[in-house]
Each structure stands twice: as structure tokens, then as C-alpha cells.
Write a protein that binds this ligand. Structure first.
Ligand SMILES: N[C@@H](CCC(=O)N[C@@H](CS)C(=O)NCC(=O)O)C(=O)O
Length: 272
């Protein structure tokens, strides 16, 4: 049985959950607390996923440590199940689908989410700086104690420094405006969607999966206005009716109670 290590409100966890649901691939859910307990930084999880991020998919002969890998895995699994056919199985559409998926991964969802948060709640900036600086100090200490782990720990320190640098010295509103432009041009680049169809024809594709998660995040950030095309708006309405959409638990708003519940549940997750 496959196990998915993921966090309830995490964007890339949602990509994995939706991809697996659309492909009809069952898995055991292993919820993690990446926000308070920061289980992603623990040595046990690090051994599983050296990027120290969620999601991770583990199973017999399978260890995937990135949502893009899980998405490709799901597309391959769907190709084996005729009732779950994805447009990715159509050789004539593969290049365009991959381009749309790559375009999605070029957007910094984190910068968009935090850009919105900091633009609307400026006090959060000092919380974020304190939190990331504290994590980095801990990672640096660990790197000096465990020489064999130094490379992965230093890579995480650099990732956190880059996260701080995005907002350092620039108004959050400016960063947010840039992200809005990037998302808008990405959405404008998607193919026209015919009524009742999906992005690449009569079957859904990897691109539909990532764009559905992107729309969920835009909804959560109060940025769904960026979805200005009428054909994409009606695609989005239809996508939300798909059984996989509910099965994947995509968050359209922040659910404080469920967030706290997921942190409690995560206490029981072990990585061995
Ligand atoms: N490229 C990775 C990015 C994963 C990622 O950044 N996940 C975030 C949650 S959405 C995370 O684990 N953040 C915790 C951290 O970086 O410490 C993927 O697609 O899986």
C-alpha cells in the first residue's frame, strides 16, 4: 500500500492528493505538521525526503519526494486504467500538457500566498523573519554536529534565506503585484476550453490537476479575480463537481478548526 506524507492545507500536498484521486490510486494518509512541530525537519523524515518538504509518496519500490514526480506517477497509473483515462496518454497532446504543467511549476505559489498575507497583514513579516531565522539557526547547529547531513541541511538554510530575501526591503504589495502578473499571463497562456471539455480535450490531464489546485489557492487567497477568462471560469465550476475534487480535500479557504485537528492527528505520524 502506498503512503502519502502530506499536510492538510499545503499546496503541493493538494497537487499530490488530487493527482492520486483522479488516477484512482488508493493510499494511506500520513498527515504531517509542517507549521508548528515542523516534522519535515526531523531526522526521520529527512531520511525519507532530503528536501524536507511535503508531499512524499512511499510504497513498495516507490519513493517520490516531489509533487511533480507524484503527478507523473499518477498519470502513468491512470494510463493503465481505461476508466481513468487522462489526455496525457494521447501522444499528440503530451508536449502541450507538459508545457502547461511546467508553466505552473514556474509560478512561486509560496511568494503569491505570502505576498497576499503580508500585503494584508504587515505584522506577519516580523513573525515570518523570526520563525525562519530560528529554523536556520537550528539547521546550522545540526549541520555542524552531523557532518554527513551538512549538505542537505545547508541547502535548506539557503532555501529559507531565499524565502526571506524575496520580501527583504521590498513592499509586499509590489511582490504581490508581480505574482499576480505572472499568474495572469500563465492563465492567459492556457488553451481555449470548449464547453463540457477539459483543458486538453474530453479527458482531464496533468495540467487540469495543477490548474485546479492553482484555482483553489487563488480562491483561498481572495485572488480568484485573476481567473478572468469565461471559458476557464466555467471549467473551474465544472471541475469542482468532479468526485476527485472532493476526495482530494482541496482547500478553498483557510479552515482553522480542521487545521488544528490535522496538527493533532500529525502527532501520531511516524516515518519509520
Ligand atoms: N517542489 C516541491 C515543493 C514542496 C513544498 O515546497 N512544500 C511545502 C508545503 S506546500 C513545504 O513542505 N514546506 C515546508 C518547508 O519547506 O519547510 C514539490 O512540488 O513537492
Amino acid at each position: 500500500m502506498l503512503e502519502l506524507f502530506h499536510a492538510a492545507p499545503s499546496y503541493y500536498s493538494m497537487v499530490a492528493r488530487l493527482a492520486l484521486a483522479e488516477a484512482g490510486v488508493p493510499y494511506v494518509s500520513r498527515l504531517m505538521d509542517i507549521h508548528l512541530a515542523k516534522q519535515q525537519l526531523s531526522p526521520a523524515y529527512r531520511a525519507l525526503n532530503p528536501h524536507m518538504t511535503v508531499p512524499t509518496l512511499r510504497g513498495p519500490g516507490v519513493l517520490l519526494t516531489d509533487s511533480a514526480q507524484i503527478l507523473s506517477f499518477a498519470a502513468q497509473q491512470a494510463a493503465r486504467r481505461p476508466q481513468q483515462a487522462w489526455a496525457d496518454a494521447d501522444a499528440s497532446r503530451v508536449a502541450a500538457i507538459q508545457q502547461a504543467v511546467a508553466g505552473h511549476y514556474a509560478i512561486s505559489i509560496e511568494t503569491l500566498t505570502f505576498g497576499k498575507l503580508l500585503a494584508t497583514r504587515p505584522w506577519f513579516q516580523s513573525v515570518m523573519v523570526r520563525m525562519l531565522s530560528g529554523i536556520n539557526a537550528k539547521l546550522e547547529r545540526e549541520a555542524s554536529q552531523h557532518g554527513d547531513q551538512a549538505a542537505v541541511l545547508q541547502a535548506k538554510v539557503r532555501q529559507n534565506q531565499a524565502r526571506l530575501a524575496v520580501f527583504g526591503g521590498r513592499p509586499a504589495a509590489e511582490v504581490l503585484a508581480e505574482q499576480r502578473d505572472q499568474v495572469s499571463s500563465y492563465l492567459a497562456s492556457l488553451p481555449p476550453v470548449v464547453a463540457s471539455g477539459w483543458l486538453f480535450g474530453a479527458c482531464i490531464s496533468s495540467a487540469d490537476v495543477v490548474v485546479a489546485v492553482l484555482c483553489s489557492r487563488l480562491a483561498m487567497a481572495g485572488e480568484l479575480g485573476l481567473l478572468s477568462r469565461a471559458d476557464l471560469q466555467s471549467w473551474w465550476q465544472r471541475y469542482q463537481q468532479r468526485p476527485a475534487f472532493s476526495a482530494a480535500d482541496l482547500w478553498l479557504r483557510f479552515q482553522r478548526r480542521r487545521f488544528l485537528q490535522s496538527l493533532l492527528e500529525a502527532r501520531h505520524t511516524s516515518f519509520s
